[in-house]
Ligand binder design. Structure first.
Ligand code: SF4
Length: 316
């Protein structure tokens, strides 16, 4: 025999009315909360940490200023021309047009980084500057030997890409993305230096794999080709990544981030001397060369890569 149901007070509460539902719907509830961001990493800063943890600290925590170099500044200017070139109708994308853009590209670089004016402060007769501009024009000539921009319609140029994976924001700016009619992606990066020797190819591809990973995670498509174009010696380096490799690369980035976090807690950013030290602006402060770094801040703050100074990679 079943006993009668007890009189449960909570069930005797009247069902909410439609009026209550209307009131709730007036409150804006975001469809999806943005992912929590615990830190950011760009390919250049991740490469800095891999190259030398102390260099990473000098750049991202101490934010020590760096002297602009003629080579890096010329690279920025040539990149600006190659970006603008694709604004022209395809038939007008000629070498002459590209070279005519150099003065305005130089003006843009000066506007964004006025410190580059110091590069030619002692060039009283203007001959250094003229030679430097000529070398930029030669790099553009080499670009046209590598490809014909009138036959290309890039999907994007200088595109900012980012994704948050397990709280780590991966972000960067991709020089160019091409998409074939079949939907295949090609990631292109211009280098104004010479192509690396075989032993350094993996290092050169680090940045490209970073972009490939972010594009894969944001679009769901593994880029078909990563293409580095070396304008100094008219060479290219092409590589076809696959999902398995990018998954491994993602683990590598996570390991780098974990190592950065450990170093943040202990303040232990060790110098890692190499031949690249000859191009390091901070050698005088480096213990590997008898220097003393500034005291480690009590509450160190990592700079968001969006605010990164245009620190170039250390390259011979
Ligand atoms: S001089 Fe070399 S070891 Fe020292 S911080 Fe610079 S890159 Fe690192």
């Amino acid at each position: 025999m079943t006993s009668p149901e007890p009189d449960l007070p909570e069930l005797s509460v009247p069902t909410p009315s439609v009026v209550a539902m209307t009131q709730v719907s007036d409150v804006e509830v975001p469809a999806e909360l943005p992912p929590v961001v615990l830190g950011s990493l760009s390919p250049s800063r991740a490469a800095d940490f891999k190259t030398c943890p102390l260099l990473y600290r000098f750049r991202c925590i101490d934010r020590l200023p760096e002297t602009p170099s003629r080579a890096a500044t010329r690279g920025t200017m040539v990149h600006a021309v190659l970006e603008s070139l694709f604004d022209l109708p395809s038939a007008e994308r000629t070498l002459d047009s590209a070279r005519q853009m150099l003065p305005s590209a130089w003006a843009r670089v000066r506007e964004e980084a006025p410190e580059v004016d110091t590069l030619f402060s002692e060039d009283t007769d203007g001959s250094d500057f003229a030679g430097w501009m000529e070398s930029a024009a030669e790099l553009l000539g080499n670009y046209f030997r590598l490809e014909d921009p009138s036959r290309l319609e890039p999907e994007s140029r200088e595109q900012r890409v980012e994704i948050v994976i397990d709280g780590l924001q991966l972000r960067g700016i991709v020089d160019r993305v091409d998409v074939s009619p079949a939907g295949d992606l090609r990631v292109v990066d211009y280098k104004t230096g010479a192509s690396p020797r075989e032993a350094f190819e993996a290092k050169a591809l680090f940045q490209m794999k970073f972009y490939a990973l972010v594009l894969w995670r944001t679009r769901g498509v593994v880029p078909r080709q990563l293409r580095l174009m070396y304008l100094a010696d008219t060479d290219t380096l092409s590589y076809a990544p696959d999902a398995e490799e990018l998954t491994r690369f993602e683990r590598t980035l996570m390991a780098i981030w974990a190592a950065i976090q450990r170093a943040m807690q202990t303040g232990d950013f060790r110098p890692s001397p190499s031949r690249l030290c000859d191009w390091c602006d901070h050698k005088a402060l480096c213990p590997a060369f008898g220097g003393t770094p500034p005291p480690f801040p009590q509450n160190p703050v990592l700079t968001d890569p969006r605010d990164d100074p245009p620190a170039p990679p250390l390259t011979p």
